[in-house]
Ligand binder design. Structure first.
Ligand code: ADP
Length: 606
């Protein structure tokens, strides 16, 4: 009877309550339950009546008693045998870590606190990486000393692993964004995976060839390429390659497949953080949603210290998904780049064609113009008036064609980067005034007036003389062409950091919606009524290119029927210009060779 009443306190406690009640404690260092001190009874009833995982180590032998909540922590190999056993016998594999902590609690009577402590437990048949957050607390017995130790603990393995894997996925997404090619995406991905050796002891990334017969190694983590385990190229149709990773099957089924005899197939491969060679690897297809067949395959070693559970497999499939989208992005980028390159190549071919054609046109043109000029200038055998008019017409149109060809040549030179600018310090006010004046008689002859306002500038301006001439002459000839009455004004103004050339007219103006397109090549305003219908729509874009070569800009303002103003702005000084094209000594005036160009420029109006 006495015995039964001794057990009265031991009620409830689920499965563990029953096991504890049924156990013959006289065979343990704690002795029969009837002999247990009140302190032990109270502590045991607290833990049995809690659902939180708890256990105690009691007495000098540190005998273990635990509740239902704690059972999963012991795994299949330690429960229920751990009950009533001394702590060091239950946990030999981690006793070197927790033993000193337990001893200290018992000896000092002070509680401990551990946060996500890493332990390697043998509870499921292997050394398993697990994490715990717990506190060890001393329990006083009737003697006033410490009778045992009480622990409430939480296993945080999933949480720690989850955060670590999430970090890898985040890094993978962030790093692979930079990849500009599929190769780079693969390399970066593999490098990123190397930062998580605990979950990915090794990895191989294979890309499947377009026709699907071969897998080509595109990157590795922890294994050098071209070893038996990492062949550079795997024949997928050759099923005799028994020692390979069975990639063919995964390529076909597009289903993740574990290989559980890695050591038998390849020997000891790198074990990652804990150095134990993985016995398992998972082959994961690299496929984006909607893709018919995988782009590649990821061979991921599985940590020997973790089982390949759903979480682990899910993580590796997310890794593969991330790599798949990095590869898809890189492919899209490559395709875009190739398209741009093809266009640039086409553009280069066109430039070369222009350049060759213009060159070829110039020689016969010059050879035609020279006899026409001679015929017109010949006083010994003067042409009869009617022939003279015909030859003049030939000459005028020849000059017009020459100008066009020259402009095309300029353009192709600029585009091919072959134009050799020479920037020299020039008295830009005098040069501009001089250039403008060459138009004076033409303008006045047409009943209009020319206003030249180019006051001296405080410093010489670095320009390529020939280019500046083209800028001024193109703007002036446009002003003349599109103005039938009024005034053409050429104004050069100095500012602190720049000079501005404005060529204004009182001509037909430009519709506002045309202004943004004016500087586009071959663009002409529809229906513009000019002095002549000549023109190619190339002058203004040449002006813009030439101005750009001076580090400047050009803009247009215009009002229909009121007139237009084109303003060129170029920086002063020379720090913005390439030093190898600078000439520091000043040259003056318009060169003789230039006169010929100018002549050709406005004689077409004559
Ligand atoms: P082009 O004069 O050979 O046609 P440009 O590139 O020099 O080629 O000019 C492009 C178009 O811009 C011209 O066809 C004309 O319609 C318009 N344009 C240029 N300058 C003026 C101007 N001063 N007044 C009115 N329209 C102009």
């Amino acid at each position: 009877m006495k015995k039964e009443s001794d057990m009265d306190w031991l009620i409830g406690g689920g499965e563990m309550g029953e096991i504890i009640r049924a156990m013959d404690w006289s065979q343990t260092p704690l002795g029969a339950i009837a002999s247990w001190p009140q302190s032990l009874r109270t502590t045991v009833s607290i833990l049995l009546n809690s659902r939180y995982p708890m256990f105690i180590f009691w007495g000098s032998k540190l005998v273990k008693i635990y509740n239902d909540g704690y059972r999963p922590i012991l795994g299949s190999t330690k429960h229920p045998s751990a009950l009533g056993k001394p702590g060091p016998e239950v946990w030999p594999e981690i006793w070197d870590t927790i033993g000193p902590m337990v001893d200290e609690v018992i000896a000092q009577g002070k509680a401990t606190w551990s946060d996500n402590l890493l332990l390697f437990m043998h509870r499921s048949g292997y050394s398993e990486e697990v994490y715990f957050t717990f506190s060890y607390s001393p329990v006083q017995d009737e003697s006033g000393g410490v009778g045992g130790m009480f622990c409430a603990c939480t296993e945080t393995t999933q949480q720690v692993l989850g955060e670590r894997r999430l970090r890898t996925l985040r890094d993978l997404a962030a790093q692979t964004v930079e990849a500009k090619s599929v190769e780079a995406a693969c390399q970066i991905a593999m490098k990123t995976l190397a930062h998580n050796p605990a979950d990915i002891p090794f990895a191989l990334l294979y890309l499947l060839e377009a026709e699907g017969n071969h897998a080509i190694l595109a990157g590795t983590t922890a294994i050098a390429p071209n070893t038996t385990a990492s062949p550079a190229r795997i024949e997928l149709s050759d099923l005799t390659q028994a020692c390979n990773w069975s990639l063919a099957r995964v390529a076909r089924t597009a289903q993740s497949t574990p290989i559980i005899d890695v050591i038998e197939r390849f020997g000891a491969l790198p074990g990652g953080l804990w150095h134990d060679p993985p016995h398992t690897a998972l082959i994961v297809p690299i496929a984006s949603p909607g893709q018919e067949r995988p782009a590649g395959l990821l061979v991921a070693g599985i940590s020997a210290r973790r089982a390949l559970d759903d979480d682990y497999q899910g993580f590796l499939e997310l890794v593969a998904g991330q790599i798949a989208s990095a590869i898809a992005d890189a492919r899209a980028y490559e395709a875009e780049r190739q398209r741009a390159e093809a266009l640039a190549e086409l553009d280069r071919a066109k430039t070369i064609f222009f350049s060759n054609v213009s060159h070829e046109f110039r020689t016969p043109l010059t050879l035609m113009l020279a006899p026409a000029e001679d015929a017109l200038a010949d006083t010994d055998a003067p042409l009869p008036p009617i022939q003279r008019d015909r030859i003049k017409l030939v000459q005028r149109n020849g000059l017009r064609l020459l100008k066009l060809v020259n402009t095309l040549l300029d353009f192709s030179r600029i585009e091919a980067g072959r134009i050799q600018a020479v920037y020299e310090p020039i008295d830009l006010a005098s040069l501009t005034a001089e250039l403008a004046s060459t138009f004076r008689s033409l303008i006045e002859h047409a009943g209009m007036s020319l206003l030249v306002d180019c006051p001296p500038l405080p410093e010489a301006i670095y320009v390529d003389r020939e280019m500046w001439e083209k800028i001024v002459l193109n703007l002036l000839s446009n002003a003349f062409k599109f103005t039938l009455t009024g005034t053409i004004t050429v104004r050069l103004q100095g500012f602190e950091d720049r000079v501005e050339l404005a060529v204004a007219d009182t001509g037909i103006g430009i519709p506002p919606d045309e202004i943004p397109h004016l500087f586009e090549r071959f663009h002409r305003v529809k229906g513009a009524r000019g002095r002549s219908f000549e023109g190619s729509g190339i002058g203004l874009s040449l002006v813009q290119e030439l101005v750009k070569l001076h580090g400047g800009s050009v803009r247009a303002n215009s009002q229909l029927e009121r007139g237009s103003c084109f303003t060129v702005s170029i920086p002063t000084g020379f720090s913005h210009l390439p030093s190898e094209h600078l000439r520091r000594d000043e040259a003056q005036g318009i060169g003789v060779s230039r006169i010929l160009t100018l002549d050709a420029h406005f004689r077409k109006y004559g």
